[in-house]
Design a protein around this ligand. Structure first.
Ligand code: FAD
Ligand code: DLZ
Ligand code: SF4
Length: 507
């Protein structure tokens, strides 16, 4: 009995359910670099290079441990270019009795896999991905019958389940959530840790050459390339984060500074999502730092919440709501994504900073994604599907299961409020409070209308007025609409005219 074990590019974990089930002596592992995966959206060059290099290193590791691995490189002349084509080729070459894999993380790939048993007349066994803390049934039964699916309540379940930061049945420190302590604006003279950087080895160098040749027209800078590409290197990055950045992670989680791309963020998402780091292990390491007294509770709790709360929750939402979720468009927004999302060339300093660093690093931190690029796209009325495809392409950590609920749901309110009770809409005031961007901007954040006014200010009101029929009954926006209605008519007209002039300049 030979089993063909298909291992996908975001399944680079030694404790993967398919590898645990397989037999090293008899079974064959198939890994393949395929054009279809690299181009279903045109991924950032660095993202493709990271994944191909991490896949090649992982295949080497498996071979050293005695696995038989068939690794198909992108430029293999027989490469068919798709998972389905490569599985078909492997099935006809090796005549396995069965195909085994851990469930794909994305709906698109799951659909492919579901057609294979019939297409290849072969039993296909799909195992749960138990690198996640909650399985699909657990999330669905939590969600079932609830009017609102608030992350906070799901997160508490995950705290109880894992025992992370718990004292028996009580949350550490008496509160579940310390977010109110986590909104400090950063100052430019703070000590900023540098992220851990790794020199490309021969495998990575070969991949960099390949990516430059085959994906030269994709968005993003390929070099300098310094990502971790093995589990060992990712552990070094984790150690470095725990030591250098975690103590201030909570305080400055929402802050933004010109020229500071990373602040106190972990930069671990690409490694966790590809499987190089185990999310629960990462959280346990963070808890240990807190228990040793090295980091404050607001930092440890804030970090752990992002992983066992948000990360698990968005995955649950994705599988609960797909396939219709991807086409939701609550505001019926239809504008094309502005061209500057691909170049960073705009006078709006907040946007040029977030987009330029995205181009350079395939990275922006959460508040840049949510309150700068996301907020702008929503206020400007950009089609959420275009916004979704942009985020999916440009970030090294982006896979649809995690990106889509964050983009379409949290940042664009495209699902009408499944993830948040009101849209994350903000004027320039918010960005000014949390960053020093406005000091370096050609627009004036204090001016409300006119050519030199911060465009976010008029766009904010224009968005609310444009979508009044959908939002006016939202209890959390009652006060905002009352303020608008009390404003004198000339002022209101000025806001709308300013927004219209700006929006026309985008077209
Ligand atoms: P840190 O700030 O150090 O946070 C620690 C970890 O928590 C992250 O590594 C990540 O694993 C997890 N995390 C934090 N926030 C979230 C969240 N909202 N959802 C899921 N996990 C979270 N994250 C992705 O991993 N992939 C995406 O494609 C993605 N797309 C996003 C799109 C938008 C519009 C927004 C607003 C957020 C998106 N996020 C996404 C969430 C978040 O922005 C990134 O996880 C984070 O910026 C990664 O950087 P970091 O590792 O330095 O995170
Ligand atoms: C993102 C990605 C890319 C760019 N290329 C590959 C690839 O060539 N081979 C592969 O196995 N996986 C790749 N991936 C990751 C997959 O898209 C991901 O594993 C699936 O979408 C399931 O989440
Ligand atoms: Fe952004 Fe407005 Fe501030 Fe300029 S003034 S950086 S456009 S928020």
């Amino acid at each position: 009995m030979t089993t063909l074990v298909l291992l996908l590019g975001d399944q680079l974990s030694k404790n993967l359910s398919s590898l645990r089930k397989a037999n090293k002596a008899e079974d064959r592992v198939l890994m393949c670099e395929v054009m279809e995966e690299a181009t279903y959206v045109k991924h950032h060059k660095k993202k493709i290079a990271f994944l191909f290099s991490a896949m090649r290193h992982f295949a080497e590791d498996l071979r050293e441990e005695g696995w038989q691995v068939n690794y198909v490189k992108l430029d293999d002349p027989n490469n068919t270019g798709s998972f389905t084509g490569e599985v078909e080729r492997a099935v006809s070459a090796w005549k396995p009795d069965k195909l085994l894999l851990t469930e794909p993380a994305e709906w698109r790939v799951r659909q492919m896999v579901d057609g294979w048993s019939e297409a290849f007349s072969l039993p296909v066994s799909v195992l749960p991905d138990d690198r996640f803390i909650a399985d699909h049934e657990e999330f669905n039964s939590w969600a079932n019958g609830r009017k609102q699916l608030r992350m906070e309540y799901f997160y508490r379940e995950m705290r109880r389940k894992t025992g992370l930061l718990m004292n028996g049945p009580e949350p550490e420190g008496g509160k579940w959530n310390y977010d109110s302590e986590n909104r400090k604006p950063a100052k430019a003279d703070l000590f900023m840790p540098e992220p851990k950087q790794f020199k490309p080895d021969a495998i990575t160098q070969e991949v960099l050459n390949l990516v430059e040749i085959r994906f030269g027209n994709h968005f993003g800078d390929l070099e300098p390339f310094w990502f971790a590409v093995t589990a060992e290197q990712a552990q070094v990055s984790l150690d470095h984060f725990l030591y250098a950045a975690l103590p201030s992670f909570g305080d400055y989680q929402d802050a933004m500074l010109v020229g500071e791309k990373f602040l106190y963020h972990s930069l671990l998402s690409a490694y966790i999502n590809a499987g190089l780091l185990d999310p629960l292990d990462v959280c346990r390491r963070v808890e240990t730092e807190y228990r040793k007294g090295r980091v404050p509770l607001n930092a440890a709790e804030g970090f752990i919440r992002q992983i066992i709360g948000w990360r698990e929750y968005v995955r649950g939402i994705y599988w609960l709501k797909m396939p219709d979720y991807v086409r939701e468009n609550f505001f019926a927004a239809s504008r094309k994504l502005p061209q500057f999302y691909w170049t960073g060339e705009t006078d709006m300093k907040c946007l040029s900073e977030a987009i330029t660093q995205t181009k350079e690093e395939a990275y922006a931190h959460h508040i840049q994604r949510l309150m700068v690029t996301g907020n702008f796209a929503m206020l400007a009325g950009v089609d959420p599907h275009e916004v979704h495809e942009w985020y999916l392409a440009v970030y090294a950590d982006a896979y649809e299961w995690v990106e889509l609920p964050n983009t379409l749901g949290m940042s664009q309110f495209g699902d009408g409020g499944l993830l948040g009770s009101k849209p994350y809409a903000a004027s320039g005031n918010y960005i000014n409070k949390m960053s020093d961007y406005c000091k370096h901007c050609r627009f004036d954040v204090k001016q409300k209308t006119g050519e030199d006014a911060c465009p976010f200010n008029a766009l904010y009101w224009d968005f609310l007025v444009r979508n009044q029929n959908k939002l006016a009954n939202n209890p959390r926006l009652g006060q905002v609409y009352r303020t608008w209605n009390k404003m004198d008519k000339a002022k209101r007209d000025e806001y709308l005219a300013s927004a219209n002039t700006f929006l026309a300049s985008l077209d």
